[in-house]
Structure formats: structure tokens, C-alpha cells
Design a protein around this ligand. Structure first.
Ligand SMILES: *Cc1c(COP(=O)(O)O)cnc(C)c1O
Length: 334
């Protein structure tokens, strides 16, 4: 299969906001959109997006995973970026009607249909650096994706970064393009200088997250991750994994984790760490690079608890394990 996120279904669902109203969503070609070169998004980054997945079960039925969470997060991102608000039902209908159109193209597990809602400010106004766009475009792209790490499990190497921040502190919980641009420099430097896969941003020693995934430490029966605040992105996968861990009777601790405690625990046998996000689900972390020194987490290999948690989440998504928390929503033909 092609690289993750490079192949799109031919159509997308599209609507625009102008003169205080949303147009009726339409199925249109996903080849291009028409934008004024002075569009607000191109100059002042009024943009946010979401990422969620739909899965095919053995009986051929299709389910979308925790769509309500992604819609609520996109409403929050839009509102924090002062983009026009939209009703949850509008985006829900766009996602479900778009999925209904591609029902026969949803691949079987471990592949899935990745769904990418996008919201951008379109007003042609280069004088509006400090005021919001009064028009916008909302669309939903669909892309067939395979398992993220098709080559099997390799434990990732993370550079611990205590100086640079992923993004401005007040933008952390907004899923917005500018934040990834902001993290790009430190990530490319870490790849170049340390052959790191990702950067673990830990401003002032506070373990936060990487460029596009949340960080979870697993130490025996304890599972530790930063408590929700406005400085980082509140992952749906993070929440799902923590819920599954609680179901397993694990001691889930949402609290501040310092670099000092992380390194101290990492050295113990049986310690594990992982990155969580919709695309990769739960990716094992094997090595931390700190002040030029490499620290293995446990034995440096993918950990058994990480793999068990991921397998459990996948089995729920794939219809092979009971959906106790009502995370799946069936997609019907229109
Ligand atoms: C999307 C994203 C995540 C993961 O969120 P999920 O809802 O689990 O996909 C974590 N951190 C950042 C910065 C993200 O953009």
C-alpha cells in the first residue's frame, strides 16, 4: 500500500460558511479546492483538522470509532482559532454520508479508512492578521490506510527536549497546522543529530508529548501520563488506552511526570513506554536520548503490556471484542 495518507478517495464532502450560514454539504471531487491567494488560512494559519478511522468487520459491516470525540475536539479547535462555529450534527452528517459513499472501499483490518475533516478560514483579507476570517470551508477527506508500521514493531528512539516547545503554550490543545510547523525544526534536528524518530517535548522538565502523539509510561501495573491541561493535545487514543488499562485493573495515573522520574523509572527492568495516536494506535518506545546519553526503557524492546493494550484496542475496533464503552457507530448505506 502507498505511504500513509498519500492516496485519497476521488470524492470528499464539502461545505462553506458565508454570510452567517453553512451551505448544504455536497459530494465534490477531492482533486482540488478553489481559494483566493489572499485567503486568511494561507497567511494567518486559520486551520484545524481531525483524524479518525472507520473499520470493516468480518460480516462486512462498517463502524466509525469515537466520532463524537473528534467532532467535539474540532468544534473546540475551531472556536479557539476563532473560525466560524458549526453544529456537531453538520460534521457528523458529512462524515457518515461520505463514508456511505465509500462503503465498498473500506479495507479489511489491519487496514482502515482514515477520515480527515479540515476547517480553514477563506476570507480574502491580508489585513486581518489580528482578526478572524468571516468565511470558511469545511471538508472531509477519505484515505485508505494500512497498518502504520508495516515492517513490524520497532521500538522508537525519542530525543528528550527540555528547551524548545512543540508550540505556543496556549495552542497545545488546538489541532492546528501552525503547531506542526512550529515543531518541525526541533524534530528535523533530532533526526539529523541523534537519529531520533521523534522529539519528546518536556518544557522545563515536564514530560508533555511528541510532535503528533501522546506519551504513556508503563511501569508494572502503573500507567502514567500527563493530566489534561491546555498545553497539549487531548488524544482520543490516549483516553481509549487509559480506559482499557482501567478495565484491566491497572493503576492509571494522570499527573505531572518529570524527566527525572521518567529516566529513573526507565532504567528498571519491565518498564515500557509508548506513543498513542489514531494513525499508529500505540507505538512502542525503546530508547530515550537525554543530554547526549542514551537510556533504554526496560530492555529497549517493545513491551508486552504495550502490545496487549494495543491488541485490545484493535480487537474492539475490528469487532473481535465486546465494545463495552459504546465506541463504535455503525455506518449505514444511504
Ligand atoms: C492528533 C494528535 C494526537 C493524537 O490524538 P488522537 O486523537 O489519539 O489521534 C496527539 N498529539 C498531537 C499533537 C496530535 O496532533
Amino acid at each position: 500500500m502507498a505511504a500513509f495518507g498519500t492516496q485519497f478517495m476521488p470524492n470528499m464532502v464539502h461545505t462553506t460558511f458565508a454570510e452567517n450560514a453553512w451551505s448544504k454539504p455536497k459530494l465534490v471531487s477531492s482533486d482540488s479546492v478553489s481559494l483566493h491567494p489572499g485567503a486568511h488560512v494561507l497567511h494567518y494559519a486559520s486551520t484545524c483538522f481531525e483524524g479518525l478511522k472507520a473499520f470493516k468487520h468480518d460480516d462486512g459491516s462498517v463502524y466509525v470509532f469515537r466520532m463524537d470525540r473528534n467532532i467535539a475536539r474540532m468544534q473546540q479547535s475551531s472556536s479557539l482559532l476563532h473560525l466560524p462555529n458549526f453544529p456537531a450534527e453538520l460534521l457528523e452528517k458529512m462524515i457518515l454520508s461520505g463514508l456511505a459513499e465509500v462503503l465498498d472501499d473500506i479495507p479489511a483490518p489491519p487496514s482502515s479508512m482514515y477520515i480527515r475533516p479540515t476547517h480553514i478560514g477563506t476570507e480574502a483579507a491580508i489585513g486581518k492578521a489580528a482578526s478572524p476570517s468571516n468565511s470558511s470551508m469545511l471538508y472531509v477527506l477519505f484515505s485508505q490506510v494500512g497498518a502504520y508500521f508495516s515492517g513490524g514493531d520497532v521500538a522508537l528512539r525519542l530525543l528528550i527536549e527540555e528547551d524548545a516547545m512543540r508550540c505556543a503554550a496556549h495552542m497545545g490543545m488546538v489541532k492546528s497546522g501552525g503547531n506542526y510547523a512550529s515543531a518541525m525544526g526541533p524534530i528535523l534536528r533530532a533526526k539529523e543529530q541523534y537519529q531520533a524518530d521523534q522529539v519528546l517535548f518536556c518544557p522545563q522538565g515536564d514530560v508533555q508529548e511528541t510532535g503528533a502523539a501522546n506519551f504513556i509510561l508503563i511501569d508494572g501495573n502503573e500507567i502514567i501520563t500527563k493530566a489534561l491541561d491546555s498545553s497539549f493535545l487531548h488524544g482520543v487514543t490516549r483516553d481509549s488506552i487509559l480506559t482499557i488499562a482501567r478495565d484491566f485493573g491497572m493503576d492509571v495515573q494522570e499527573r505531572t511526570l518529570s524527566v527525572e522520574e521518567l529516566l529513573e523509572r526507565a532504567g528498571k527492568p519491565g518498564c515500557e513506554a509508548a506513543l498513542s495516536g489514531t494513525a499508529a494506535v500505540l507505538a512502542p518506545v525503546g530508547t530515550l536520548i537525554h543530554e547526549g546519553k542514551e537510556h533504554h526503557i526496560g530492555n529497549g524492546e517493545p513491551g508486552p503490556t504495550t502490545l496487549k493494550l494495543r491488541k485490545t484496542l484493535n480487537e474492539i475496533q475490528w469487532g473481535k471484542r465486546e465494545d463495552r464503552h459504546g465506541w463504535l457507530r455503525k455506518v449505514n448505506k444511504t
